[in-house]
Design a protein around this ligand. Structure first.
Ligand code: S3P
Length: 426
């Protein structure tokens, strides 16, 4: 489906967003693992989280879903039933990778598959470390789906994480919490820590990095949780409001976990007027309300250590960068090449279409020049964050424009167009 976006005057008002996708995935998984009934409020309405729910339904869990509020009847320690068919993770890397950690500890065989994009993404990054824990887990010769997991005797591990990936870290933690003996993980570059927070894991900052301790003591018990609004979805609206003159938006109850707020810190350093109010903590996760006002932006240098924190927001940050003073440049972000699309390629191709001068590197890109005035049809490359980033760019271009295959936005935010229409003054 081609989605058309008009040039808009400004955006104003309150934006209502559903729950954070990363936290929702984990809440669904932990509720499914706990024995008894859990309640998740404001769960993400994304197709990705739906994929996680579908997998756990196949493993014998019951879900009652009403308008974002979910009642989950979990199966308890090793209580899942052998699935009758393969577990389909759709487009969701978080589903495929995290569930692999859980399934490595079960007494039955399971097979995980996914859509075309997920079937090209690297899975060896979880297979190799899970094998070190004794898991009988394999992928095809390209290191991609399907993942096949057979029963095995898993053992605890003392492991230094090799890549800065919350999905790899979480897969290992979820395997480790099936064991009485403690496992220790050492993380050098911080990545999102929702798994640690929701499971109440002990962590310790040392000279070697952050040490994370996990054992069966941390196995989930039934809980009630209200998921804070998704900061990664908010980022598209924040950038639009900053760049469009006379804009002013308000977003309540946004997740402000410090491993996720890099996008706000960078936009503030760029001169963005973003105010945080009513900061509080809910179940270990920081939450607050955000006000955003139109601002004049200038590009800043983006340090290597912040990359995992902003990895999902680089597409929209680069759109902000082209309307800011100076050139936008990003390096140390090779991980972008193995996301829902090769995001470096997707971004560079689309920015060239927009008339910009693009210097592409293996681990990033630099943008200079000016956005053209011509109406442009961008490609989404089937990647939700590319689709939304260029939808925003269309609204900032004189004649508006369109994005091809826009329906992929459902992967994280099916309400994107409706939310834009609610806020915008054409
Ligand atoms: C996620 C971790 C990140 C992120 C993804 C969600 C998670 O991936 O890009 O969208 O929920 O753990 P990596 O851990 O592979 O960097």
């Amino acid at each position: 489906m081609i989605q058309r976006f008009e040039n808009i005057d400004s955006i104003k008002g309150e934006l209502f967003l559903r729950g954070d996708k990363s936290i929702s995935h984990r809440a669904v998984m932990f509720a499914a693992m706990a024995e008894g009934t859990s309640v998740i409020r404001n769960c993400s309405g994304s197709e990705d989280v739906r994929s996680t729910i579908n997998c756990f339904e196949k493993l014998g869990c019951k879900f009652e879903i009403a308008d974002g509020h979910i009642k989950v009847i979990g199966k308890g320690y090793k209580g899942f039933s052998k699935p009758k068919s393969e577990l389909y993770a759709g487009n969701s890397g978080t589903t495929a990778r995290l569930i692999s950690g859980i399934l490595s500890a079960q007494n039955f065989e399971s097979v995980i598959t996914g859509d075309e994009s997920l079937s090209q993404r690297p899975m060896k990054r979880i297979v190799e470390p899970l094998r070190l824990m004794g898991a009988d887990i394999s992928v095809n010769k390209n290191g991609t789906l399907p993942i096949i997991i057979k029963p095995s005797l898993i053992k605890p591990i003392n492991y230094r994480l090799q890549i800065a990936s919350a999905q790899v870290k979480s897969a290992m933690i979820l395997c480790a919490i099936h064991l009485d003996e403690e496992s220790v993980f050492i993380e050098q570059t911080p990545t999102r820590n929702h798994t640690e927070k929701l499971l109440n894991l002990k962590t310790e900052i040392t000279n070697e990095g952050t040490k994370i301790y996990a054992s069966r003591n941390n196995y989930p018990k039934p809980f009630e949780l209200t998921v804070p609004s998704d900061i990664s979805s908010a980022a598209f609206f924040i950038v639009l409001a900053l760049i469009k003159k006379k804009s002013k938006i308000f977003i309540r109850n946004v997740s402000l976990n410090e491993t996720r707020t890099g996008v706000i810190n960078i936009l503030q350093q760029m001169g963005g007027k973003i105010e945080i109010e009513n900061e509080r903590e809910e179940k270990g996760e920081k939450v607050g309300d955000i006000r955003v006002y139109s601002s004049k932006l200038k590009n800043v240098s983006i340090p290597k250590t912040i990359i995992p924190n902003i990895i999902d927001e680089i597409p929209i940050l680069s759109v902000a960068g082209i309307f800011a003073e100076g050139n936008f440049r990003i390096n140390n972000a090779k991980e972008l090449r193995v996301k829902e699309s090769d995001r470096i390629k997707s971004l560079c191709n689309n920015f060239r279409k927009a008339g910009l001068i693009v210097d592409e590197f293996e681990d990033g890109f630099e943008l200079s020049g000016n956005v053209s005035n011509a109406e442009t049809l961008f490609e989404s490359y089937g990647d939700h964050r590319i689709a939304m980033a260029f939808g925003v760019l269309n609204m900032l271009m004189k004649k508006g424009g369109s994005v091809n295959d826009f329906e992929c936005v459902g992967v994280s935010n099916p309400q994107f167009v409706a939310q834009i229409n609610n806020l915008c003054n054409k």
